[in-house]
Design a binder for this molecule. Structure first.
Ligand SMILES: Cc1ncc(C[n+]2csc(CCOP(=O)(O)OP(=O)(O)O)c2C)c(N)n1
Ligand SMILES: [Mg+2]
Length: 814
């Protein structure tokens, strides 16, 4: 039998370092746990509105965070407080500031009080909206609440590393040094066991397996999704079993799957070391199924888990609590003759953690309440001057007393009092009335910045700052199919900007179903112009993640009808990136699709009302031809914002003049074009139906009706200079045409023109809209004719408006 070697000095040093690390981890676990426990109390006592905490997941997250390097990214969910603390991106004070919804971004950097607690992010942009050096920090993309909503973006975050590793033009390129070091960055995904039931989880897992990208996917398996147990969520009740067919084999790439336990510190650390090394070095996607995790306080502050967990389960959760187990593991070293700490020492660490968390919480609370006190004092002063002048003094004095007694005022309560008093003194002619009015207005104004800023980029690269540059044409201008114009514009872009990537279904080898990318994969390679699987949601996710890492993806959704598979992630994730971080992150993704004017229930849709109402925060461009579409792409590539461009489906084979300044001509956003001047009716449309309106307008001329024809060009933003209202001042009549359902985008435009632009003021006739039937459009030419507005319908609608105005001049048709 080999003799036990006496520990030498080196071993002793290693052990000392190990011991120190273990105790630091124990301390962090205790602090995070105390934060969860106290967080729940803060909600139950009414100081915070809602709480969802990371208790029970501490140990696994500490093990994961050991492998998290600068430049890496997290895309996770509301249980990840310990990861955030461990990577140094969340202090306990910030944790409580988030819970209280403190709106100062310096105090609450995750979302400036916009997101409920438990939703984490890092500041990846500076105060001007410019990228920070992401390689000098550990990054977390901003969380969203819909379960599995973190998954699509995770694919893109991981894919960016592959792009950076493969594209030579991006390597050793100073412009991209702040995003990558040779593609060595790992994207860490986390998800709960139950949320793996969601479609986006499966879609993302499959996509990452196909793409072979450095994604380390952890499933915190605590056996429940609120009350519904794992067995009702997952085939075989185990996500690693269910995904075992994705395990890579000697000859087929796939996933590496690891299984570990949430309370087993040593095994967790070992597992993450192996898992992350594999992903980082070889770009193999990895699944880490962390079993035997628990939830000591249940799901959230909205309920108690005693309602659905058995007594046995609850007992198991106590016995196998990860901190308890960690404690036992540390103490077990005593018996091995290598003590790490005594029970007493561990108790001291725990007591210190408790104390630290309580102090941090108290500081966060006083900073939160102090932030309101100046406003409170200002209002009291204003109200006192009102009371001194007003005949309602007695009542106002009462309000002042209540306000003075309020120890923890919030702005809503202050404004409610102030506005009530203003109404009370409405008939009084006193100077303090003006002061009070000003106070209210300025309070509402400053809260706009707190609660409503950053829906769009506020940087110098806002798309609204990009001016229009007209296309130039040669003297002997050639006419070409619309698709050629798009293709040549893409070619110029791809030549000049190595960070631009175009991908989508059939976008690669065949160059797109409409050939607008013809030959570009051959020229630029599969890394730049590529085919994807049929998975619209994760096509967008690829784009979001890559755009968050400095690339400029153009993600193609094959047809507008299929945007519905992507609309959830566009709405919940992409559209809210800037807003939910108050300008801390951006994802300038361009989404390209094509729509309108084909035939058939799922090949001709134009659900523009749904789109514009669900993706505020994303620009929506609706060009009527391909030169316009190309101009929008050029604009958007100069900007740092997400946008959707809908190419008109019938424009690919329509001849247009061939410009010569590809890549440089641009379209300004929010600027309609008056394509034809007229004096009788303003006819407003966009995209494909605009082209019908153009034909109708010509025929109306023959009927003696002069139409002013306006192409809105972008639905979001919509006519920022109110050109349409100006046109109404001239024509006094309005018809809006599109092929959405009734009250869809036409309803949206009507509200903008009549209410926002005050166009009603100029009208002499009732405003009119013409849209499709409310069913999906039927197939075939007749199906189209009877489902959507035709040229005849447009002509007759305008004619009927003129008939009503001047029956003698325009006798009734029917
Ligand atoms: C799309 C969507 N559906 C439902 C919810 C409500 N919800 C929030 S958390 C949750 C359960 C998630 O369970 P699991 O994934 O196991 O995570 P855990 O909370 O157990 O860590 C549900 C149903 C949601 N946020 N999003
Ligand atoms: Mg769960």
């Amino acid at each position: 039998m080999a003799k036990e070697k006496a520990p030498n000095a080196q071993d002793q040093m290693d052990f000392e370092a190990f011991k120190k690390q273990v105790l630091a981890d124990y301390q962090l676990a205790c602090e995070s746990r105390e934060a969860s426990l106290l967080g729940r109390k803060e909600v139950l006592t009414g100081k915070a509105k809602f709480g969802i905490f990371g208790d029970g997941k501490e140990l696994a997250q500490i093990a994961l965070a050991k492998q998290f390097q600068n430049g890496d990214f997290r895309s996770g969910y509301y249980r990840d407080q310990t990861i955030m603390m461990a990577i140094g991106e969340l202090t306990v004070e910030q944790y409580f500031a988030g819970l209280y919804a403190h709106t100062d971004v310096e105090v609450e950097p995750q979302s400036a009080g916009r997101q409920m607690g438990g939703h984490y992010s890092t500041r990846n942009l500076d105060a001007n909206g410019e990228w920070k050096n992401l390689m000098l920090q550990k990054n977390s993309s901003a969380d969203i609440s819909p379960t599995a909503g973190q998954m699509p973006r995770l694919v893109g975050l991981a894919q960016a590393s592959k792009v950076y590793r493969q594209q030579t033009a991006l390597q050793n390129n100073p412009a991209f040094e702040k995003f990558t070091n040779g593609g060595n960055e790992v994207a860490f995904g986390t998800i709960g066991d139950a949320s793996t039931s969601e479609g986006p989880f499966w879609e993302s897992i499959n996509a990452a397996g196909v793409l072979q990208i450095p994604m380390v996917m952890s499933v915190w398996d605590d056996g429940y999704g609120i009350s519904v147990p794992r067995e009702l969520q997952t085939t075989k009740g185990s996500i690693s079993d269910a995904l075992s067919g994705m395990q890579r084999t000697g000859d087929k790439p796939g996933y590496e799957i690891f299984i570990t336990k949430g309370w087993d510190y040593a095994h967790l650390c070992e597992t993450y070391e192996k898992a992350v090394k594999l992903a980082r070095e070889e770009h193999v996607p990895v699944l880490v199924h962390v079993k035997e995790v628990n939830q000591p306080q249940g799901h959230s502050t909205s309920g108690s888990h005693e309602r659905y967990k058995s007594a046995e389960r609850l007992e198991w959760e106590t016995t196998f609590d990860c901190i308890q187990k960690f404690n036992e593991w540390i103490l077990s070293f005593e018996a091995k003759g290598m003590p790490i700490a005594t029970e007493e020492e561990l108790n001291t660490i725990q007591a210190a953690a408790k104390e630290m968390v309580r102090n941090s919480k108290n500081t966060a609370w006083s900073r939160f309440t102090d932030s309101m006190k100046q406003d409170q004092a200002d209002l009291i002063a204003v109200l006192k001057s009102v009371a001194s002048e007003s005949s309602q003094s007695v009542f106002i004095q009462k309000d002042i007393e209540i306000l003075e007694k309020t120890k923890e005022p919030i702005r809503r309560d202050m404004l409610t009092v102030a506005r009530k008093v203003l109404r009370q003194i409405r008939e009084e002619n006193i100077s303090s009335k003006k002061t009070l009015g000003n106070w209210i207005q300025s309070m509402i104004g400053s809260n706009f910045e707190r609660y409503s800023s950053h829906l769009h980029s506020q940087s110098a690269h806002s798309a609204l700052n990009v001016p229009a540059v007209a296309p130039k044409y040669a003297d002997d201008v050639q006419m070409e199919d619309g698709r050629i114009i798009l293709r040549e514009n893409y070619r110029t872009i791809l030549e000049s900007r190595p960070e631009v990537l175009v991908f989508g279904e059939d976008a690669g080898k065949i160059g797109g179903v409409n050939q607008s990318l013809e030959g570009l994969q051959e020229q630029f390679g599969e890394g730049r112009v590529s085919d994807t699987g049929i998975r619209e949601c994760t096509i967008i996710g690829q784009g979001i993640g890559m755009a968050m890492r400095g690339l400029r993806p153009i993600a193609e959704i094959q047809y507008l009808d299929y945007l519905l598979y992507a609309i959830q992630i566009m709405s919940d994730d992409l559209a809210t990136v800037q807003y939910r971080t108050k300008g801390g992150q951006k994802a300038p993704l361009i989404i390209s699709t094509r729509g309108h004017r084909l035939e058939g229930i799922w090949h001709s849709g134009s659900p523009m009302g749904m789109i514009v109402n669900s993706i505020r925060g994303i620009h929506v461009c609706v060009p009527r031809n391909m030169t316009k579409a190309a101009g929008f792409y050029n604009t958007l590539l100069q900007a740092d914002e997400p946008a959707l461009v809908i190419e008109p489906l019938n424009g690919y084979r329509t001849k247009e003049r061939m410009p010569i300044n590809f890549g440089t001509f641009t379209e300004a956003l929010g600027m309609p074009e008056i394509v034809k001047e007229g004096k009788d009716v303003t006819l407003v449309s966009y995209g494909s139906t605009f082209n019908l309106c153009e034909v109708a307008a010509q025929q109306l001329e023959h009927l003696g009706i002069s139409v002013e024809l306006i192409d809105v060009q972008t639905l979001l933003p919509f006519d920022i200079k109110h050109m349409i209202s100006d046109s109404l001042a001239k024509t006094n009549r309005l018809l809006i045409v599109d092929e959405d359902v009734s009250s869809g985008a036409t309803g949206f435009m009507l509200d903008k023109i009549l209410v926002e632009q005050k166009g009603y003021y100029h009208l002499d006739s009732a405003p009119e809209t013409l849209s499709s039937k409310d069913h999906r459009p039927a197939y075939g030419s007749d199906g189209d004719y009877f489902s959507k507005p035709s040229i005849d319908d447009i002509i007759e609608k305008v004619y009927a408006m003129m008939h009503e105005a001047e029956p003698a001049r325009f006798p009734s048709l029917y």
